[in-house]
Design a protein around this ligand. Structure first.
Ligand SMILES: Cc1cc2nc3c(=O)[nH]c(=O)nc-3n(C[C@H](O)[C@H](O)[C@H](O)COP(=O)(O)OP(=O)(O)OC[C@H]3O[C@@H](n4cnc5c(N)ncnc54)[C@H](O)[C@@H]3O)c2cc1C
Length: 343
C-alpha cells in the first residue's frame, strides 16, 4: 500500500501565503515530501498587494514601498527579477524632501520656528513609542494605552511645560496654539497612513515597538509590487494555487474517529469552502489578516457561526490585543489551535 503524503494547505495567496508556499516548495521540491495547496478566497493572487494600470502609468493600489532595502527579502526578489527598473512610467514616490514646505489653510507659509518644535516633539514621541528611545517621559499609566492617547498626552505635557509663548502674527485667524495643534494633527494623519489605522486611538501602544524596519532607503518597485508576488508564485506547480476558494469554516479533530462521522478518514483538519465543497488536510497555515480572523472569532459570539471549530478561544485575547493595532501580522495555525503562534 502506498503511504499517503501529508497535505499542507495554506489559506490566502497574499505575500505571507505565497512566501510560505514558495519556501516550502523550494526547500523540498526534489524530495516531493508532501502535497501543497494555496486556497485563495479572491479571484487573484496578491491580497493587499495589487499593481494596476492608470492612464498608461503603473500604480499601486496596495503596498507601494519597500520600507528599507538593507536585508529586505522583498528587495532581494525585486533585484533578482529586475523589477526595480522599467521603461513604463510608474508611481515613483522615492525621496522625500528634507525641507518640506508647510502651508496653513488660507495660504500662510509657516516658518521653521513654528513647525520644527512640534515636528521634533512628534518624532520624539514616536521614537519612544517605537522603543528607539527607552526612557519614556510623561508616559500615562493606563493599562490599555493607545498610540493616539500617548501622542496627545505628550502634546499636552509639552504645552504644560511651556511658560509663556509669544503669540504669532500675520497668519490670519491662526493663533500659535491652533497652528501647533494643526501641525501635530498633520503628523498624526501621516502616521495613520503609515499604519493604515483609521484612528490612532485604535492602535495599541505595546504593539508599536514590535514593528521592525529594515535599514537603508525606502523605495518603490518600478515593475510593480505584484511582480514580487508573481515571482514567488511562479515556482509553484500547476493546480497548487486555487482561486475563488473562500474558506468558511475550519474544523479540527485531535483524535481521529474515522470517516464514519463524516470527518476525513486520516487527516485531522477539514476545510469548508463557500461553494459547499470541502478539503481535508494534515496541516493548515492561515495567513488571513487579523481583521478577518477577529471578525471570525467575533461572529462566533454573535451566534452566526465561526470560521473555527473548536474556536481558538485561549488565543482570543492575543487576537484582540494585536488588533488594537492594524499591523498585518499573520497568525499561524499548525494542526492544533493550542499551537497557534503569534509573532
Ligand atoms: C493601501 C495599503 C498600502 C500599503 N502600503 C504598504 C507599503 O507601502 N509597504 C509595505 O510593506 N506594506 C504596505 N501595506 C501592507 C501590505 O500590503 C501587507 O502587509 C501585506 O500585503 C499583507 O500580506 P498578507 O499575505 O499578510 O495578507 P493579505 O495580503 O491580506 O493576504 C491574505 C489573503 O487571504 C485571503 N483570504 C482572506 N480570507 C480568506 C478566506 N476565508 N479564505 C480564503 N482566502 C482568504 C485574502 O483574499 C488575501 O488574498 C499596505 C497595505 C495597504 C492596504
Amino acid at each position: 500500500m502506498v503511504a499517503k503524503k501529508p497535505r499542507i494547505v495554506i489559506i490566502g495567496a497574499g505575500m505571507a501565503g505565497l512566501t510560505a508556499a514558495n519556501k516550502l516548495h523550494t526547500a523540498t521540491a526534489s524530495t516531493d515530501m508532501f502535497e501543497l495547496y494555496v486556497v485563495e478566497g479572491g479571484s487573484r493572487i496578491g491580497g493587499r498587494i495589487n499593481t494596476s494600470d492608470f492612464g498608461g502609468d503603473r500604480i499601486e493600489m496596495g503596498a507601494t514601498w519597500i520600507h528599507g532595502i538593507l536585508d529586505s527579502p522583498i528587495h532581494k526578489i525585486a533585484q533578482q527579477t529586475h523589477s526595480l527598473h522599467s521603461d513604463q512610467p510608474w508611481e515613483c514616490m522615492d525621496a522625500d524632501s528634507a525641507t518640506p514646505t508647510t502651508i496653513a489653510e488660507g495660504g500662510f507659509l509657516l516658518p521653521p520656528s513654528i513647525v520644527h518644535p512640534i515636528t521634533n516633539l512628534f518624532n520624539t514621541l514616536m521614537d519612544y513609542a517605537q522603543a528607539k528611545r527607552t526612557l519614556i517621559p510623561h508616559k500615562p499609566t493606563t493599562a490599555t494605552l493607545s498610540i493616539g492617547s500617548f501622542l496627545r498626552h505628550g502634546l499636552d505635557a509639552y504645552w504644560d511645560s511651556l511658560k509663556e509663548q509669544e503669540e504669532v502674527e500675520g497668519f490670519g485667524n491662526w493663533s500659535r496654539r491652533l497652528l501647533e495643534e494643526a501641525i501635530f494633527a498633520m503628523h498624526e494623519n501621516t502616521q495613520r497612513t503609515y499604519t493604515s489605522a483609521g484612528d490612532l486611538s485604535t492602535l495599541d501602544y505595546k504593539a508599536e515597538s514590535e514593528y521592525r524596519m529594515f535599514g537603508g532607503e525606502e523605495i518603490t518597485i518600478a515593475k510593480g509590487y505584484l511582480s514580487v508576488i508573481e515571482s514567488l508564485a511562479s515556482v509553484l506547480p500547476d493546480g497548487c494555487i486555487q482561486l475563488g476558494r473562500k474558506v468558511t469554516r475550519i474544523e479540527w479533530q485531535a483524535e481521529n474517529s474515522g470517516s464514519g462521522n463524516g470527518f476525513c478518514s486520516s487527516r485531522p483538519v477539514k476545510l469548508h469552502f463557500c461553494d459547499g465543497s470541502d478539503m481535508c488536510a494534515d496541516h493548515v497555515i492561515i495567513t488571513v489578516s487579523l481583521g478577518v480572523l477577529k471578525a471570525a472569532i467575533r461572529d462566533d459570539h454573535s451566534g452566526s457561526g465561526s470560521e473555527f471549530s473548536p474556536n481558538p478561544s485561549q488565543n482570543q485575547q492575543s487576537v484582540e490585543e494585536q488588533m488594537g493595532g492594524s499591523y498585518s501580522q499573520n497568525p499561524l495555525f499548525h494542526n492544533s489551535w493550542s499551537l497557534l503562534q503569534w509573532p
